[in-house]
Every structure is written in structure tokens, then in C-alpha cells.
Ligand binder design. Structure first.
Ligand code: MG
Ligand code: MG
Length: 258
């Protein structure tokens, strides 16, 4: 049985989720053709530390950087590198922070310059599938309700859902129970209870769902090398409607104050 968070804990996680959201927006401002993914990592690490938090991915099970940066056919867990972003790429940026003892975790996939129409569709559908899943994060539902909502939406556009990786509970630990798959059947899976904090993070492929692990033991690639997108938000399960802790508003709305 997963213990729901207290309102005091959720208040700390809310602060942290905003910091992660702002960090992703800072990184987004730096995304452009000609920029290396290591430079994006530097932007994030500086911003996180300047705000009194710790980049929680750095050193996590040996992960070498503050961000997971996954370009094009890399689904998740890519290492920042000297790869130079080019027009038409997509770059998934996954960010985790530790702040006042609690974890934040969110991800956004940015287009680099202009992307082709099918790629734009992949980004839009993946993000919308996340919101479809979030709608189901209410007390009394089950994780299968979330997964089914994500899957049925993404697949209705001919895209496919990566099954080897999933969302998760979050709190003092970055990965807590329950697992939150991006596929499933309504009414199945773990029960969702008011006050549970979870990360929902669809990983959606333009082509087939099959993936493989690269030789470095981290980066997950699509088997057909078609593009993959990834969006993640942290939410609180509530009665009636979920509460979304992190936000893409800092990225997408120019009038939001930092
Ligand atoms: Mg993440
Ligand atoms: Mg996560």
C-alpha cells in the first residue's frame, strides 16, 4: 500500500516542481541549431544550484549528468555530449531536482528550429496523451485508467507506446511505488488515493514501439531509429480532479513571470 503524502510534504513538492519547470524553460531558451547538448546540461545544472537545489540525476545509479538529454531516436536516458543540435532535430530534456528533502521530475521534448509536419504531430500528440493520462489521476481510479488513456489517445494517431519504461510515484525518493505504465486496461493496476504524488511520462514513438538499450547501459533507442517523444509532469492524485504540480507554462507562455 502506497502512503499518501501529507499536505506539508505536498507543499514542499510544489515548490520543487516549480523549480524543475523553470529549469526546463531555461534549457528551452538555449535550444537552437549549433548548440551542444552538454551546453544545455550546463545551463540546467547552474540554474538548479543557483536556486539552492541539487540536480538529482547526477550520480543516480552512476548517471553522469544533471539532465537526461535524448535526441531524435533516443527515447530516454541519453547522456549530454558534444553532439551539436541541428535544424529539424527533437531533443527530450528530462530534469530532476532534490530540494528540501523531496524530489521533482519533469520532461519536455523541444523541436530544434523548424521540424517536419509528422514530427510536430508526434510532439503534440505525446504531450496531449500526457494530459489525457493526468485527467485519470483521481482518487478511486487505478493506474490502468491512466495507461489506457495515454495509450488509446497516442495509438489513435498511429503512434506507438514504449512499454519497457513507465511513470512512478515520487517523494523523498525519485522513484517510488506505484509504477505508472503508459498502457493498460481501465480498472486494472494499483489503486490511486488522494494525496499520492506520481509522475506520468508517456514515451511515444513515431514508428514501432520496440526499443533497445545502447552499449553504455543507459540510452534507450527506438529499434527502427524513428523519432520518439517524451513529456512528464508531477501530479497529486485528488478527489474529483488531479492537482498538477509541475507546469509547461514557463516554456510555452511568454507572459508567465519567473
Ligand atoms: Mg523524468
Ligand atoms: Mg520520471
Amino acid at each position: 500500500m502506497v502512503k499518501p503524502k501529507t499536505e506539508e510534504e505536498i507543499a514542499l513538492m510544489r515548490e520543487n516542481a516549480i523549480l524543475v519547470s523553470k529549469t526546463l524553460a531555461e534549457v528551452g531558451k538555449a535550444v537552437a541549431p549549433g548548440v551542444t547538448t552538454l551546453e544545455l546540461n550546463r545551463v540546467a545544472e547552474t540554474f538548479i544550484r543557483d536556486h539552492g537545489a541539487i540536480p538529482s540525476f547526477l550520480g543516480y545509479e552512476g548517471f553522469p549528468a544533471a539532465l537526461c538529454i535524448s535526441v531524435n531516436d533516443v527515447v530516454v536516458h541519453g547522456f549530454p555530449s558534444d553532439y551539436v543540435l541541428k535544424e529539424g532535430d527533437i531533443v527530450s530534456v528530462d530534469c530532476g531536482t532534490l530540494y528540501k528533502g523531496y524530489n521533482g521530475d519533469s520532461a519536455y521534448t523541444f523541436p530544434v528550429g523548424e521540424v517536419d509536419e509528422q514530427t510536430r504531430k508526434l510532439l503534440d500528440v505525446t504531450k496531449e496523451s500526457l494530459y489525457k493520462g493526468i485527467e485519470k489521476a483521481v482518487d478511486g481510479n487505478r493506474t490502468g485508467d491512466i495507461g489506457h488513456a495515454v495509450q488509446s489517445y497516442a495509438e489513435s494517431f498511429g503512434f506507438s507506446v514504449v512499454r519497457e519504461l513507465e511513470g512512478h510515484g515520487i517523494g523523498r525518493h525519485m522513484h517510488e511505488n506505484p509504477g505508472v505504465p503508459n498502457y493498460g486496461r481501465p480498472g486494472k493496476g494499483n489503486k490511486l488515493v488522494d494525496g499520492m504524488t506520481i509522475c506520468i511520462e508517456p514515451m511515444i514513438n513515431a514508428g514501432a514501439r520496440n526499443v533497445y538499450l545502447s552499449k553504455n547501459g543507459w540510452a534507450v533507442h527506438t529499434a527502427d531509429h524513428k523519432k520518439s517523444a517524451h513529456f512528464e509532469l508531477t501530479v497529486v492524485v485528488r478527489k474529483g480532479a488531479p492537482e498538477i504540480l509541475s507546469t509547461f507554462d514557463f516554456i510555452e507562455k511568454s507572459d508567465v513571470k519567473f
